[in-house]
Every structure is written in C-alpha cells, then in structure tokens.
Design a protein around this ligand. Structure first.
Ligand code: AMP
Ligand code: MN
Ligand code: MN
Ligand code: MN
Length: 292
C-alpha cells in the first residue's frame, strides 16, 4: 500500500515544471493526503498551494528546501511546518536567492568561455517566477542542442569539474537549522544518500545535525534506491532521528518518482509526522501513524 504522505516536491517557484496550483492538483489526482511544498530557497508558492490543497481536502504543510554548504559540500535541508514569514528565515532565504543571481552570472561567463552564448538570458527565460537554478541552465542547454536530456546535460556541463560549474557558498548548516527551528518548524536532511561524503563524514553530519536540533532524515525519497531505504532507516535509528518521506517530484518526466507512489517507511522508523494533527486527515485513507 503506498504512503499517501509526500513531504518534498518542487513547483515553478524553484525548478519544478508545474505551477504551485498545478502541482497540488496533480498531488490530489495521485491520492496524496498530506503534502508539503518544498521549493529551493523560496517560500513564495506556499500561500497559493495551501489554498488549492484545502479545496481538495489535502492537509498542507509549509515547507522549504534550503541550500547549505557543509565541509565544502552542498547539502539540502528541508524545513517542514515552518513559518514562512519569520523574519530571520525570510531574510536568510532572500540572501541565498541573491547569491543564486551572482552564481548564475558566473555560470554564464564560464559557458561563454567555451563558446556557449546567451545562457544567462536563456536560463532566466525558464525561471520566470522565483529562484534561478542549474536546472534552468540545463533546460537552456538542452533547448540549444548541447545535450539530449537532463541527465547528460548535468554530467557534461553542470557538475563539479565541468565547464559550467561554479563553486558557491550557501548558508551554513547551523544557520539553516536555526532558521527552521526558530520559525517553529522541524529540520530534515534531504536525500542523504545523494551526498558523496564517505562513511565518516556521513556519521559526523548526523551527529552535528542532531546536536543542532535537527529532527529527521529522509529515508524514502525518489533519490534513494531500495537498498538505501534500509541503510538510512538504520542510520536514523542509530542517531535517534525520525524518518521522512518525499518524492522530490519536479514535474512529468523530470522526476525519479511520481507523487503518491512512495512506499511506506521501513519497519522500525519513527515517522517525522508521528504526532502531527494533520495526519488525522489521512485516517480514512489508510495512512498509518507508525510504520508497519
Ligand atoms: P542548484 O540548486 O541550482 O545547484 O540546482 C540543483 C538542482 O538541479 C537539483 O535540485 C535538481 O533538481 C537538479 N539536478 C541536480 N543534479 C541533477 C542531475 N544529475 N540530473 C537532473 N537534475 C539534476
Ligand atoms: Mn531541484
Ligand atoms: Mn535536493
Ligand atoms: Mn528537492
């Protein structure tokens, strides 16, 4: 039986392909009952999404996915149940978005240097509503025939060591966790299986995250393999962290997993939603308060 909670997805406010309204309508069609919108570094889709969610009887959770630099690597920290208007959070996200504009100029200059022109304007054409992201550069590069799909365009141009990649300093881990917690939310490490940290650094990250007041890690996500569900269920238990679940949906054909298709958390996980009143909404649709 699929888990009808989805606590990680993207709209056109960040690098998703569906508007907040379309995204919530898609979630409703897919049977999602408890939904968090977690755009990268931007909360401006939440009010609209909440509105539509309520019309569909979906319990809506205010979320965000914050870009962080930790030990010279980029990590993503999801905030759930945040107050999007809490000034330190809103100002922190604003500063990250400004940093994205600066990075975009650097990326465009780097692409210019290898003869790919027009990428700044081209990327912004794909990013009308909110943040500017590597995904928008990817869409421009595909449009111009420099690669055939998202996977190959990242591999060829947009990852570390490739010509369009620009080093960037995001928020610190403690800033991101503090903004989230102080705004009344809970902090979750997004898709830990995607970080190339090595075992020791992974354990150090968990330790530091927990001591900063972090609550959960994503165990079930479109970015994890089935083996990784078990691996991170184990790590969560080891550190006394709760487990979260989210598709990381970015739109049709741009996602590893569709909404409403997540498997349930592995046995022994404490769901991050364990004591959430929003879960009552799901009682009639088989959502379990605890993993089976
Ligand atoms: P940014 O936060 O601007 O650096 O962009 C990162 C975003 O690009 C991620 O959130 C993904 O949506 C997307 N992305 C990163 N790596 C890949 C990849 N290999 N294939 C497809 N999309 C990717
Ligand atoms: Mn993304
Ligand atoms: Mn992410
Ligand atoms: Mn994401």
């Amino acid at each position: 039986m699929p888990c009808l909670v989805d606590l990680h997805c993207h709209s056109t406010i960040s690098d998703g392909l569906l508007t907040p309204v379309e995204l919530v309508e898609h979630a409703a069609l897919q049977g999602v009952r408890v939904l968090a919108l977690t755009d990268h570094d931007d909360v401006s889709g939440l009010a609209e999404a909440r509105n539509v969610a309520e019309r569909h009887g979906i319990a809506f959770i205010d979320g965000v996915e914050i870009s962080v630099t930790w030990r010279r690597r980029t990590l993503h920290i999801v905030g759930l149940k945040i107050d999007p208007e809490y000034p330190p959070l809103a100002e922190g996200l604003q500063a990250i978005r400004e940093g994205r504009h600066t990075r975009a100029q650097g990326m465009a200059a780097a692409l210019d240097a290898i003869g790919i022109t027009g990428s700044l304007e081209g990327a912004y054409r794909h990013a009308k509503q909110g943040i500017i992201s590597r995904a928008h550069f990817a869409r421009y590069l595909i449009e111009k025939g420099h690669a055939k799909d998202m996977r190959s365009v990242f591999k060829k141009y947009l990852v570390k060591g490739k010509p369009g990649y620009v080093e960037h300093e995001w928020a610190s881990l403690s800033q991101a966790v503090n903004w989230i917690i102080e705004s009344g939310g809970v902090a979750v490490i997004a898709h830990p299986g995607r970080y190339d940290l090595g075992r020791n650094n992974m354990l150090l990250l968990m330790e530091e995250f927990r001591s900063l007041g972090g609550t959960a890690i994503e165990v079930v996500t479109g970015s994890h393999s089935v083996e990784q569900y078990q691996e991170f269920a184990h790590i969560a238990r080891l550190f006394g962290l709760a487990a979260s679940a989210g598709s990381d949906y970015h739109g049709p054909a741009h996602s590893y997993m569709d909404m409403g298709r997540l498997p349930e958390l592995p046995a022994g996980c404490i769901p991050v939603w364990q004591h959430w009143p929003e879960m009552d909404n799901a009682a009639d649709t088989h959502i379990r308060m605890e993993a089976h």
